[in-house]
Every structure is written in structure tokens, then in C-alpha cells.
Design a protein around this ligand. Structure first.
Ligand SMILES: [Cu+2]
Length: 497
């Protein structure tokens, strides 16, 4: 139903470029919706890979190679660390399609000169990890809500239905709009009562990375947010081949609970686009492509230093707009504050499977309760122990006490409960095919992976149904770009999953 969902999108990519273009048009018609402007994106033929020697796009730019880790010679030059190295996609193709892994795009209809969207504020059950369904609040069955993707100059109308048990409003974060459309509850409008509907409508004159969210604080802590991506009327130069979006969130969900405690000052479940690592879906790109990643932090009260391995990225903007090129900053880690977005761009010149994660250690896992036992025990009185610390029970290092078996609790300090079903779900995505057998042990909490694959390996992983043995793609990359003498196979014991 939606072009951003993994399966239809893959079907779409599997066809030839021309067939895909035709399919895209008819799919749009069949659904009775206007294809978003980006629908032409994946259908446009990708220029031949520069490796083949057929591409008009250069491999080398003043000492910077788009195909191997390298540094430009002149820090003041245009191509230093790939600063202005273009993607393979031409500006004439329009903006690259925006992809928020694990989230859908909100369809629209054209009505009375506006793109008309419908948002339903409602309770949502979302599987943060396989076997860990959590009860949170979101929009249209999703948390974060579905992505609204528009173009600068559009007029948009959003019909908001409130299916929550309490009143709400929706704020269009960052837009310079008429004040009565701002969605600030009681300041600019009356609350949308449960079961009621409110219509917002305004012109979008800005471009960049925006989002919508409830304007009730406790509802924000429950997760009610979604992207609004505004493509510029004049396509950004240099053009990118990929445009990804990741929304980072934190929740506090106690043992044996599925409901987040929005009053909490502590946060133990960490999600990217509504999933925790290793259930987050890796970003898969082709070797040499120029990649944009937009990251937004919608955690209630914690910042996230986001770190990308193997590449130096340029910080090209925050949520307001793209910043002038002269102020772009080369980085490895970018601190993103609450309600702030940061936009990275880099040339994927280093093949491999790379970590892309928040660097706060508690965020790199979902709490670290297992070694010390559950942190929170309902209805247990610890005042006697606090009065006399000598009386504390000894720490149970072997965890034989049944109290340590807290069902539904997230993950341990090292490793996690990886049942067969859990592992089946983790490995079910095309995006992870051929990764090392043990990769799910390292991608936890606020973590995902960036996979940079040579074009033929990208094709095998993303555009075929071929069963790819675990570790095969990684081994192939080592073979081509690395050093087989130092290659370590993952332990066989893990390969049965
Ligand atoms: Cu963090």
C-alpha cells in the first residue's frame, strides 16, 4: 500500500528500471492516490557504476576517492573529505527518495489545491524487539507516526482525528505558519476532544527536516511524533543518492510491563524509528554513493552523541534548513539534543558493515539489569537495608534466585535473550543478509548499521531473493578490500540460528 514499506519497495527495485517506472505509475493509479513527487526516484535508472568505467561521474576528486578511504589534499578545496563530491544521481532526476526504515509514508489526495493527509492520534502496539510488544501512543498505527513527505511550495491540509482517551493537538514543528495553525493547545486553539477531528492547513515555504508531534508533554514522552520532510524546490547541490531518516526515542517500561511510564526521569528502552537494535533495519547503500542521513532526537530528556564508523561525515544542517556549504563541519560524532535534528552527508567510500549509533553507553543497550538483577521491585520494602547497609543481602553473582528471571525485561549487560524466534525475526530482513553470524550481539539499543556494498553485492542483498549464507557478504568484502590473513570467522556455535 505504501511505497516506503520494505516488501513493495523491494518488488519495485527488483524489476528493470523501465518496468519499475511503469509499475510505479500504475501502482499509484491503482491505489487511487497521487504518487508523491519522489515516486520517480527509485524508478530513475541509476547511472552505471563508476567501477565499470561507463560512468560520467568521476572516481577521483583532487585526491579524494569515492571508492576508497582517502583524504583530499587541500582542506580549503571543494572536495576535501568528499565535501562536494556529487552522487551518481543527477540534479535533473529530482531529490532522492526519502527512506525512514521501518516506517511508512503517509499517502495523500490532492483536494482543493492542497495535499490532504489524514492523521489518527491513537494508542499503538509496537514490537520494539521481536517478542517485546509495547503499548505506546502514536499515529495511524505506528510509532513514530508515518512520514509526511512534501515539496517546498506545497499547500498541505492535515485532518487530525483524535482516538486517544484524552484531548490532544498536533504541532507542526519548525514551520513558519499562521498562528492559528500552530497546534499549541489552549494558546492558539481549543483541544481536540476524544473522538473529534480538527483540520490544519497551511502553505510550506521552507525546505528541510521537520516533524509533527502532539503538544501535550506527557503524550510526547509516550512517543507521538513523525517526520515532515520538505524537499527543496531547487534540488540541493551536490545531489545525494540516498536520503535516510532516523528518529531516536527513549521510554521507561518497567519489568513485566508493556506500558511506558511517561512521568519517569529514567529511560530504559531506546528505539530508532520505533525499534531497538538489533531489530533496527540497517541502512544499505552502494559503494561510492553520496548519502544523506537525517537524525532527529525525540527523547523526552536525553541527548544522543551519534557516531558513524568508517567514514567522516559533513554536518550539512539541523532542523531549520541546509546550512551554507562554507559552514559545513566534518565530524565523526554529532551531539543531538532533545527536539533537534542533524543532517549528515558523506561519500560511502569504505565498503563494509559499519556501526551507526548513539555513544551514551546506557543507550547502546536496553538497560543493564541482568547482571545486577532487576532494578525495580514493585511492592518491596528496602528501608531495613538502607538503615543498615551491613544487612544487605549478598549480591547473587550466579543469578540462581528466581527473582532475576524477570520476564519481558529487555537485555543484559552483554548479550540478550536470543530465542530461536527472536533470531528468526532478526534475520528475516533482506538488509541483514550475509552479515557476520554474530552481528546481532553488537547492535543493541540505540544502534543500527550502515552497510556499504559494491554494486554487485548490493544487487544480491537488496534486489534478489537469493538465500545468502551468514557471513558471506562480509567475507567477500574482506576478500576484495581487506586482508584475508586477519579475517576472523564468527564462532560456528552461533550459525545454527
Ligand atoms: Cu543516546
Amino acid at each position: 500500500m505504501d511505497q516506503s514499506t520494505p516488501s513493495p519497495r523491494r518488488q519495485f527495485l527488483k524489476g528493470s528500471a523501465i518496468a519499475a517506472a511503469t509499475a510505479a505509475l500504475s501502482a499509484g493509479k491503482a491505489l487511487g492516490q497521487n504518487p508523491p513527487p519522489e515516486a520517480a526516484g527509485p524508478a530513475s535508472p541509476m547511472p552505471a557504476h563508476a567501477h565499470s568505467g561507463q560512468s560520467a561521474v568521476a572516481d577521483e576528486y583532487e585526491g579524494f576517492s569515492r571508492f576508497k578511504p582517502s583524504r583530499g589534499s587541500n582542506p580549503d578545496g571543494d572536495y576535501y573529505i568528499g565535501k562536494l563530491v556529487p552522487g551518481f544521481r543527477s540534479i535533473a532526476d529530482g531529490p532522492a527518495p526519502f527512506v525512514a526504515p521501518d516506517l511508512e509514508k503517509l499517502p495523500y489526495v490532492m483536494k482543493d489545491g492542497a495535499k490532504q493527509f489524514e492523521l489518527v492520534a491513537q494508542n499503538v502496539r509496537r514490537e520494539f524487539l521481536p517478542g517485546y510488544p509495547m503499548d505506546v501512543w502514536g499515529f495511524n498505527g505506528s510509532i513514530p507516526g508515518p512520514t509526511i513527505e512534501v515539496t517546498q511550495g506545497d499547500r498541505i491540509r492535515i485532518i487530525v482525528h483524535n482516538e486517544l482517551p484524552e484531548e490532544t493537538t498536533v504541532h507542526w514543528h519548525g514551520f513558519e505558519l499562521p498562528v492559528q495553525q500552530d497546534g499549541s493547545m489552549t494558546l492558539t486553539q481549543n483541544p481536540i476532544m476524544p473522538g473529534k477531528t480538527h483540520v490544519y492547513e497551511f502553505d510550506i515555504h521552507e525546505e528541510g527536516t521537520f516533524f509533527y508531534h502532539t503538544h501535550v508533554a506527557m503524550q510526547e514522552a509516550f512517543g507521538m511524533v513523525g517526520w515532515i520532510i520538505v524537499h527543496p524546490r531547487q534540488v540541493f547541490d551536490p545531489p545525494v543518492d540516498r536520503d535516510f531518516g532516523l528518529i531516536f526515542q527513549n521510554f521507561h517500561i518497567q519489568p513485566n510491563q508493556t506500558i511506558s511510564d511517561s512521568w519517569s526521569m529514567d529511560w530504559n528502552w531506546h528505539t530508532i524509528n520505533g525499534r531497538s537494535g538489533p531489530f533496527t533495519t540497517p541502512l544499505v547503500v552502494k559503494h561510492g554513493e553520496r548519502v544523506r542521513v537525517r537524525i532527529m532526537n525525540f527523547s523526552p530528556m536525553q541527548h544522543h552523541p551519534i557516531h558513524l564508523h568508517g567514514h567522516t561525515f559533513w554536518l550539512t544542517g539541523h532542523e531549520g534548513a541546509r546550512t551554507p556549504k562554507s559552514s559545513w563541519v566534518p565530524r565523526n560524532t554529532e551531539l543531538i539534543a532533545v527536539a533537534q535534528a542533524s543532517v549528515f552527508e558523506f561519500v560511502a567510500n569504505n565498503p563494509g558493515d559499519w556501526m551507526f549509533h548513539c555513544h551514551m553507553v546506557h543507550h547502546m543497550m536496553n538497560h543493564m539489569v541482568r547482571p545486577a538483577g532487576p532494578r525495580i521491585r514493585q511492592n518491596s520494602d528496602v528501608s531495613a537495608f538502607l538503615a543498615n547497609l551491613e544487612q544487605r543481602p549478598a549480591v547473587d553473582f550466579v543469578h540462581t534466585d528466581p527473582g532475576f528471571d524477570t520476564p519481558g525485561y529487555p537485555q543484559g549487560m552483554k548479550g540478550m535473550q536470543m530465542s530461536e524466534e527472536f533470531m528468526k525475526s532478526i534475520w528475516s530482513r533482506r538488509e541483514v543478509q550475509g552479515m557476520r553470524t554474530t552481528w546481532p550481539m553488537s547492535i543493541m539499543g540505540l544502534m543500527t548499521a550502515l552497510r556499504v556494498l559494491p554494486a554487485d553485492l548490493y544487487h544480491r542483498v537488496m534486489e534478489t531473493d537469493e538465500e545468502i549464507p551468514k557471513g558471506a557478504i562480509f567475507a567477500e568484502i574482506v576478500q576484495r578490500f581487506g586482508d584475508l590473513a586477519t579475517y576472523q570467522k564468527a564462532p560456528m556455535m552461533m550459525q545454527n540460528h
